[in-house]
Design a protein around this ligand. Sequence first.
Ligand code: PHE
Length: 360
Amino acid sequence: MDQIDTLRGKYIEAVTAAADEAALESVRLAALGKKGEISALMATLGKMEPEARKAAGAQLNVLKDEIDAALRARKTALADAALDERLRAEWLDVTLPGRPRREGTIHPVSQVTDEVTAIFADMGFAVAEGPQIESDWFNFDALNIPPEHPARQEHDTFFMARAEGDDRPPHVLRTHTSPVQIRAMADRGAPIRVIAPGRVYRMDMDQTHTPMFHQVEGLAIDRDISMANLKWVLEEFCRTYFEVAEVELRFRASHFPFTEPSAEVDIRCSWEGGQLKIGQGDSWMEILGSGMVHPKVLSAAGVDPDQWQGFAFGMGIDRIAMLKYGIPDLRAFFESDLRWLRHYGFSALDLPTVFGGLSR
Ligand code: PHE
């Protein structure tokens, strides 16, 4: 069958000559497509004598497979060539040093979050997360803050709008990281040791308050955890974080609906010559709120308060960043002023660790 050989020659040549995928596709259509030449020949088989049909059919099938294989091989070759071309054109010398003027920096909030995470990880705390748009149940009710409780106003909460006619209580922008206590305990049960850093929101704005700021929540629940453990953990944290040999903490009785007893914690410091020094001096600076988790909070999270107990604390990340790095105005944290970011930012390549050093 000369015709078969002619077709083979014609299409194999066309496949080889196809310079791109589109050209290849038109070759495929011309040969193997529904209206293609080979399909047309296949259609004539029906009119042949049985013997001739068998022979011709077999030859046509072989030809079809050959062309198909050639098409595939060419397609792969074209793709390889295209990739080679891209690799040639789009290269980047990763061994070149960065250009200092363009080098970004790590924001103090990110840096301090990494430092805090490293320190607590070293003490066996995992990181937990929760949403910033939170239901009022997680933000308030589960934390023993009932609807009529004054803390709901105290918090200056941002409420999310509901669709018209939807009477369910509105979601809120979480006013603290404490709802993550509930989520973490409901998810993992007890015993549990977590911290939860993240953004929180309150309607407030002056030199030390912004409507969005950052907290880190701490939670440790086990069979016999006490205030003594809380005190040790916080002292250990402060010594490591502020990179001083000795710190002194003062626990002041306080009130939070979700802890009993509750304490606010101050750190000893001095303001000599307008310079803040942590660890010595006659002044005290409040750094966090804490206490023993209220039994009602444990119950709300599905943890049996007759078997489990523990402490929780909430600390302002921006605040301890200001204290450690001498940054005077909180509002500047969130203005994205490049000069500020270059001045207070940290090298992107230094990862804070407890053993290797937190900050350089
Ligand atoms: N959620 C409290 C606040 O935002 C802080 C806190 C957390 C207090 C955990 C006690 C225990 O002020």
